[in-house]
Design a protein around this ligand. Structure first.
Ligand code: BES
Ligand code: MN
Ligand code: ZN
Length: 508
C-alpha cells in the first residue's frame, strides 16, 4: 500500500527518488504547469525548452524523465503530460490531474519515494492528484514469484511513498480531501484485487469471507446466506445459477447505518466468480477473462466499506449475489424453469444469461426494505460493450431524473458513462410459453433487454437504476492514466459519490 502525505517542503531539499512536475500542451510547444516554478527556475527557466528538445509535447499521459538540476537532493525530475493548457483564467480539470498523477505514479514503479509538484489550486485538486497517484501506483502481484529487494520476479513493486507538494497540510479541507482519497482508493484497489484473483481461489464462499472480515473491521453488519439458507428462503435464481458448481452460492448482505441518516440506498452487485456460460457454454476465446464477472459485487463491496470509513450520513446496504456458473450433471439446463425469490417463474433459455437471474433475486430481496433507491452494478451483457465500447458503462433506470443524476455523478468523478433507454416494446421478446418470463429476448438491444428483465423484479414504487459495466470493468488493453490492466474498480467512485451526495441531500 502506498503512503501519501501533504508537504510544504521545497522540491530541491526533498530526499526522494524523483520530483514529478506537470507539462501541458501549448500552442507553441510544451508549457511548464504551475507547481513547478522552483524546479523550472533551477533549470534557469529552460525546463520547457529542454522538454521540447527531448521530444515532449505535454500530451496527456506522456512521461519524460530527466536529470534533476544541480543542488537537488532527488536525482530525477519526471515531467508528466497534462494535455492542453486550460483556457485563460481556468484551472486544470480534476480528471486531467488524476490521470497525469496516475501515469506518473505508474512510471515510478520500483521507486521508494516521489514528490508530486503538480498544479494545486484548491483541496479538490489535491484530492484528485492523491486519488490518481494512489490508483496509478496499483499492481497485482499476489501470484508472481516471491519478492526480493522490493522487486518481484516479473515486475516492480509499486511506488511506496508519495509527498504532495503545494498543498496546505494544516488546512481542514486539504486534510479531508486526502483522507477521502486514501479511503476510497484503498477500497477501490481491494475491489481490483478481488477481480484479478483467479476463480479457483475466489469462490463465492471465499468472496463472502473477505467481505465479512472487512465489514466487521469497519463496523458494518454482515449477514451471509449459505446454500441451505438460500434453499430455505426460496432464492431460485441464485440457486439455479450456482447449481452446476462444486462451489456453492452465497448472498451477502452488508449494512452500514449512520445514526444521522435520513436516506437509505441499496447497492446490488453481480458476483459471478466465474462465468463459463454453463450448459450454454461459452466458446474458447470468450471465457479466459470471465473471472471478472464478479466486478459488480466487488464495486458494491468497496463502496459500502468506503461509505463506512468516511462516516457518511446515509444508510447503505450492499447485496452481493455470488455464484459460479458452471456446466455439470447438476447444472440448470436450457429449458428449465426457476421459481425466483419474488415468486415469479423464469424459463431459462440460455444459461449464459445468468447475471440477471442472481440479480433478480437480490433486487427483489433488497426491495423488501423499501430503500429510497436501488442501484445494481453488473458485467451484464456483451451487447453493452458493442454499444458503448470498453471504457463507458451504460445507465438504465425506471426514473429519468435518477438516471440523469447518476450520469452527472459519474461525470463528476471522471467515470465515462451514458444513459440508455428501457424500450417497453422489447419486453414481449421475453414472453415464455411455459413460465412468467424467459431469461432471454431479442438479440438486438441485448443490454436493454437485460435491463427490462431486471426491472420486473424491482419492488413497486422503488426508484432503481442499473449500471452495465461489462465494458469498463476489466481492461484487456494496456494501462493508461490511473487505469491498470485487468480489474479497474469501475463504478466504485460513482457509487461512493452518489452516497455522499445523497447524504448531503443535494441529489435531484
Ligand atoms: N458475463 C457475461 C457478459 C460479459 C461479456 C461481461 C463479456 C464481460 C465481458 C454475461 O453473463 C453473458 O454471458 N451475457 C450474454 C447474454 C446473452 C446470452 C443473452 C451475452 O452478452 O452474450
Ligand atoms: Mn453469462
Ligand atoms: Zn455473466
Amino acid at each position: 500500500m502506498t503512503a501519501l502525505t501533504l508537504s510544504t517542503a521545497a522540491a530541491s531539499g526533498l530526499r526522494a527518488d524523483a520530483i514529478v512536475v506537470g507539462v501541458a500542451k501549448g500552442a507553441k510547444g510544451p508549457v511548464v504547469a504551475p507547481g513547478a516554478e522552483a524546479v523550472d527556475k533551477a533549470y534557469d527557466g529552460k525546463l520547457a525548452a529542454v522538454l521540447e528538445t527531448l521530444g515532449a509535447s505535454g500530451g496527456e499521459g506522456e512521461v519524460t524523465k530527466l536529470p534533476a538540476p544541480s543542488g537537488f537532493k532527488a536525482p530525477v525530475v519526471l515531467a508528466v503530460g497534462l494535455g492542453p493548457v486550460p483556457e485563460k483564467d481556468e484551472a486544470y480539470d480534476a480528471e486531467a490531474l488524476r490521470r497525469a498523477a496516475g501515469a506518473a505514479a505508474r512510471a515510478l514503479a520500483g521507486a521508494k519515494k516521489a514528490a508530486f509538484a503538480l498544479p494545486v489550486e484548491d483541496s479538490g485538486d489535491a484530492g484528485a492528484i492523491a486519488e490518481g497517484a494512489l490508483l496509478g501506483a496499483y499492481s497485482f502481484d499476489a501470484y508472481k514469484e516471491s519478492a526480493e529487494d522490493g522487486n518481484t520476479k516479473n515486475g516492480k513493486a509499486p511506488l511506496a511513498e508519495i509527498a504532495l507538494l503545494g498543498a496546505k497540510p494544516r488546512d481542514k479541507a486539504f486534510k479531508a480531501a486526502v483522507e477521502r482519497a486514501l479511503a476510497v482508493t484503498e477500497e477501490l484497489n481491494r475491489a481490483r484485487d478481488l477481480v484479478n484473483t483467479p476463480p479457483n481461489d475466489l469462490t463465492p464462499e471465499a468472496f463472502a469471507a473477505v467481505a465479512s472480515a472487512a465489514a466487521k473491521e469497519h463496523g458494518i453488519k454482515v449477514q451471509i446466506l449459505d446454500e441451505k439458507a438460500l434453499v430455505k428462503g426460496g432464492f431460485g435464481g441464485i440457486l439455479g445459477v450456482g447449481a452446476g458448481s462444486e462451489a456453492p452460492p452465497r448472498l451477502v448482505k452488508l449494512s452500514y447505518t449512520s445514526s444521522k441518516a435520513d436516506k437509505h440506498l441499496a447497492f446490488v452487485g453481480k458476483g459471478i466468480t466465474y462465468d463459463s456460460g454453463g450448459i450454454s457454454l461459452k466458446p474458447a476465446g470468450h471465457n479466459e477473462t470471465m473471472k471478472c464477472d464478479m466486478a459488480g459485487a466487488a464495486a458494491v463491496f468497496a463502496a459500502v466499506v468506503a461509505a463506512a470509513r468516511l462516516g457518511l450520513k446515509v444508510n447503505v446496504t450492499g447485496w452481493l449475489a455470488l455464484a459460479e456458473n458452471m456446466p455439470s450433471g447438476s447444472a440448470t439446463r436450457p429449458g428449465d424453469v426457476l421459481r425466483m425469490y419474488s415468486g415469479k417463474t423464469v424459463e431459462v433459455l440460455n444459461t449464459d444469461a445468468e447475471g440477471r437471474l442472481v440479480l433478480a433475486d437480490a433486487i427483489a430481496k433488497a426491495s423488501e426494505e423499501t430503500p429510497d433507491a436501488i442501484v445494481d452494478v453488473a458485467t451484464l451483457t456483451g451487447a453493452m460493450m458493442l454499444a458503448l465500447g470498453n471504457r463507458t458503462f451504460g445507465i438504465m433506470a425506471n426514473d429519468d431524473a435518477f438516471r440523469t443524476s447518476i450520469h452527472e455523478v459519474a461525470e463528476e468523478v471522471g467515470e465515462p458513462s451514458w444513459p440508455m433507454p428501457l424500450p417497453s416494446d422489447l419486453r414481449k421478446g421475453m414472453d415464455s410459453a411455459t413460465a412468467d418470463i424467459a431469461n432471454m429476448g431479442e438479440r438486438m438491444g441485448g443490454g436493454l433487454v437485460a435491463g427490462l428483465f431486471l426491472q420486473e423484479f424491482v419492488g413497486e414504487g422503488i426508484t432503481w437504476a442499473h449500471l452495465d459495466i461489462a465494458g469498463p470493468a476489466f481492461n484487456e488493453g494496456g494501462a493508461s492514466g490511473y487505469t491498470p490492466k485487468g480489474g479497474t474498480g469501475s463504478a466504485v467512485r460513482t457509487l461512493v459519490r452518489l452516497a455522499e451526495r445523497t447524504a448531503d441531500g443535494d441529489l435531484g
